[in-house]
Design a protein around this ligand. Structure first.
Ligand code: ISE
Length: 330
């Protein structure tokens, strides 16, 4: 019997997850969808015949036909909906962040109480290039890691995105990837701003630079530039004692023309990380089917990332001072 999945929130990511589940994931069926925008729900349910439309997120979670839930609604709704899934005893894949604040994330982790029902959508863990980067670093072949350099560039931000959203909505991926890459938690951060791009509003500092120090002493520079215009571009390099390793830009073709040699950038993250989303969803469904613990990021990983985001925002509001990261003990 396939896992019957309900999807809450049918924006860019929710609709993409629903389609990937429907077309490319074995042993899963999209049984219900819901979105505040009823046109979106109607459209997706017409496209995916098995999917009925639920009146809202809570109704979908409590529907007996739904075995497991994906939350891809607005970030501010994640904590409440993830808590409702736990109370209903249903496995949930919650998109990042678990919550925009540490306090809310901690309350979700306390309710989950180690049951492992919550998985977090930190998809870099399922990207083959990032996985290879991690195994190269952890093999020790290049000596000890010393520095990590990230850049995270989007074509344009969501309407209304402010400086904090760049941290909780985009840089949050780095706050999960760095500890996963190095097997060491982020303990100290600081936030820095260069000149602001003239293309963005006053409420958004873009780009931003963060310095993240892990317990092992490695220092990470993390740039976010969410209105970089030219393309979606995520880079990561780890500098070790005797060598360096970086994620190669994945492209199928190189075009030589008009005196140039070039590859393409996608407009957003879906083409770049398509395979990682498929692998992440399959791993989640397989864990539910087999009853094994999920290999995805856990609720506690989500809490750790939110705690780093809070510390970065404190640094931002404090003129770039160095701030210690405190992850509440639960
Ligand atoms: C988006 O929500 C994602 O999750 C992408 O992976 C990330 O790179 C992008 O910055 C976010 O806006």
């Amino acid at each position: 019997m396939p896992v019957r999945v309900g999807v809450i929130g049918l924006g860019v990511m929710g609709a993409d997850h629903a389609r990937t589940l429907h077309r490319m994931v074995a042993n899963a069926v999209v049984i219900a969808v819901t979105d505040l925008n009823t046109d979106r729900s109607a459209q997706l349910s017409a496209e995916i015949e098995s999917a009925s439309v639920a009146s809202d997120g809570i109704a979908l979670i409590n529907d007996d036909e739904v075995d497991a839930v994906i939350i891809a609604s607005h970030d501010s709704t994640h904590a409440e909906l993830a808590t409702a899934c736990v109370k209903a005893g249903k496995p949930v894949l919650c998109e990042k962040p678990l919550a925009p604040s540490t306090e809310e994330a901690a309350s979700v982790v306390a309710t989950e109480n180690g049951t492992g029902l919550i998985s977090l959508g930190f998809n870099r863990r399922f990207d083959l290039a990032f996985a290879e980067l991690r195994s190269t670093v952890q093999s020790g072949d290049l000596g000890e890691p010393l520095l990590v350099h990230f850049s995270h560039r989007n074509v344009e931000s969501y309407p209304g995105a402010d400086s904090a959203f760049s941290i909780t909505g985009s840089a949050i991926h780095e706050f999960d990837t760095v500890p996963w890459l190095l097997d060491s938690p982020i303990v100290e951060v600081s936030w820095h701003a260069p000149k602001r791009s003239r293309r963005v509003s006053d409420t958004l500092q873009d780009p931003q630079i963060m310095l993240l120090r892990t317990a092992d002493g490695v220092l990470t520079t993390a740039e976010t530039f969410i209105n970089a215009a030219y393309g979606y571009d995520v880079r990561c390099e780890v500098v070790c004692e005797t060598g360096a390793v970086h994620v190669a830009k994945p492209d199928n073709t190189v075009v030589d023309a008009a005196g140039r040699c070039g590859t393409m950038y996608p407009r957003d993250w879906r083409p770049r990380f398509a395979d990682s989303y498929r692998r992440e969803l399959q791993a989640w469904v397989d864990a539910i089917t087999s009853g094994n613990p999920t290999p995805l990021a856990t609720a506690h990983d989500g809490l750790a990332a939110s705690a780093v985001a809070d510390a970065v925002i404190t640094s931002m509001n404090g003129g770039g001072k160095t701030v210690a990261v405190t992850i509440p003990e639960i």
